[in-house]
Design a protein. Sequence first.
Length: 193
Amino acid sequence: MSSKTAAIFGGTFDPVHEGHLKLAEDVGKSFKLDRVVFTPCFQSPFKGPTYALAAQRYDMLNIAIEEKGWDWAEVSKYEICRPGPSYSWQTAEHFQELSPDTKWFWILGTDQWEQIEEWAEPDWLRDHLSFIVVTRDGTKVKNRPGWDFDSFAFSHPGSSTKIRENYPEHRSWLSPGVREYCVEHELYVHGHP
């Protein structure tokens, strides 16, 4: 029997914003998780290259978590240290091997849940993980027989895309330390798609 619970929160986090942080906090409380592991991907198999470098996205996540003073959250370098696209089953297997006494959840959005059968090794994911499917605006979660999943309603205006497109207008979604980091490293401040 698993004595601990933890969730993998993957994404590009380009950049991490208050919406990501609030979601991690709310999910952690709701599911009584011992920890949430932010796992920035090197490159998603479903998206193009990121704007900020992997190391910069990793730094921004650490700054944001440190500012919150959270001892239950951490940032993993696992995916950004691997070459090529990040496959979720390999990431999950890595964490399960590190903490075999932990029940592992995976936090994802309804858009990802809709296409999870197209992910690499979906049968492995179904058999080894529990999923927390984050919904917005009353979106219905597709039922997947045989999969262990719960839906979690969440809403926040924060958007990494909007921050990249119009940094001055949306920088309030960033923590103070992340804002400083963006200015210092000239990230997003000139506008990027």
